[in-house]
Design a protein around this ligand. Structure first.
Ligand SMILES: Cc1cc2nc3c(=O)[nH]c(=O)nc-3n(C[C@H](O)[C@H](O)[C@H](O)COP(=O)(O)O)c2cc1C
Length: 374
């Protein structure tokens, strides 16, 4: 049976994924309060969503002009809360909603991440999910004590080991390990709680792990890699995959290719759910939704796009005039989310900054479904 999976793509920040959303007249101004997230959680649950999921970045966007002043001034994702903490608040306000948070494999220790998410899974009755990202820009590296982001493929090689440790630890308590027999004094069976003793090229971790297994065994693994290496990583580890396909033909092709890659890892492709990003503008009637959409379209500023593109592509767009075309060398230097660059280049080989903004649609709501119940 085919089932539609509904995931709410959320941000624990001062705006939604649309940076200009905080300027909307109806936007709340308390997006760092617990009540804000309790409310979102309850709305998602009432709407029968399977999962509410928070993205994450470990830095404020400041690649544009190498300065954060514009980010703070215009409220371009300048507030970014710890997603797991926010998720816990949301979990306490809901009963059935799945709860996903992004954590990076590049800046934490695997034992720590395994423990955080296993604990969250217990505290939410088996509803936790971890979106595994490798992180992509220098600002994050510099906040976390490094000079620059680790090279693209190397990030994934390290992440493979990271996953072996996290999933390894999650399986070191057998389901029937805990006895808690007060009369005999046996808390848990020593032969059913194992050490991992992992020694890899990048990471080592011994164990035993300190968190017992949750009702769902372990948290769900989410992944959104879009490069060749990223997709292979997702096919090996992911249980929910986020994708953005440019059109239906590419979507059909990539979907089938990805599922085949999952099978190559001896995993059941039906157990891996592929969820596609869509934007919606909904209201009671179609007319109301169109009015809403007209208002949303007025909110973005050019600086939103320039800042977000610089951040996502790890490239300073302030280096160029708006109508100056990028050189091949510059396009090559864009080391972040290369999918954005490639999509732009498939329309225009050497775009100007202005064309890059227009084609990428960054900072705006791209192609939404606008509608109501009539
Ligand atoms: C819906 C969606 C959400 C994402 N959320 C995050 C995020 O929160 N943090 C992050 O660093 N990357 C995020 N990414 C980026 C991916 O993890 C990945 O790095 C990106 O798609 C580029 O693929 P690659 O790493 O294979 O080159 C997201 C991607 C998508 C499509």
């Amino acid at each position: 049976m085919r089932q539609m999976i509904l995931v709410g793509f959320l941000q624990a920040q001062n705006c939604t994924n649309l940076a200009s959303s905080w300027r909307h007249p109806q936007s709340r101004t308390d997006s760092w309060s617990p009540d804000f997230y309790r409310h979102i959680g309850r709305v998602l649950e009432a709407g029968k969503f399977h999962l509410g999921f928070f993205d994450d970045r470990l830095s404020m966007p400041d690649m544009y002009g190498r300065n954060h002043a514009h980010t703070v001034e215009h409220g371009i994702r300048c507030v970014k809360l710890d997603a797991v903490t926010v998720l816990t608040v949301m979990g306490m306000a809901t009963e059935r909603l799945g709860l996903g948070a992004t954590y990076s494999t590049s800046y934490y220790e695997p034992f720590h991440v395994a423990r955080v998410f296993a604990t969250l899974d217990l505290m939410t009755g088996g509803r936790a999910a971890w979106n595994v990202v490798t992180s992509l820009n220098d600002g994050e590296a510099q906040n976390m004590g490094r000079d620059e982001v680790i090279g693209h493929d190397a990030r994934y090689d390290r992440a493979d080991e990271f996953m072996e440790i996290v999933l390894g630890h999650w399986d070191t308590w057998q389901d029937d390990a805990i006895v808690q027999d007060k009369a005999s004094g046996l808390f848990a069976r020593p032969d059913k709680v194992h050490r991992l003793d992992y020694e890899g090229r990048y990471y080592r971790s011994r164990g035993p792990f300190t968190v017992p297994r949750s009702a769902q065994g372990h948290p769900v693994i989410i992944q959104a890699g879009s490069s060749g290496r990223g997709k292979t990583f997702g096919a090996r580890w992911g249980e929910v995959i986020f994708v953005v396909y440019p059109n239906i033909e590419v979507g059909k092709h990539d979907y089938a290719a990805f599922k085949a890659e999952v099978a190559r890892f001896n995993r059941d492709p039906d157990q891996v759910k592929i969820t596609h990003l869509i934007n919606t503008v909904a209201a009671a009637t179609k007319n109301e939704a169109e009015d809403k959409w007209a208002e949303i379209k007025k909110l973005p500023l050019e600086i939103d796009a320039l800042s977000l593109l610089s951040e996502a592509l790890n490239f300073d767009f302030a280096k160029k005039g708006m109508d100056e075309p990028f050189t091949d060398v510059e396009l090559d230097e864009m080391s972040g989310l290369q999918g954005i660059r490639d999509r732009v280049m498939s329309v225009k080989k050497t775009p100007t900054v202005r064309e890059f903004i227009e084609i990428s649609g960054r900072g705006r709501v791209h192609n939404p479904i606008v509608g109501g119940s009539n």
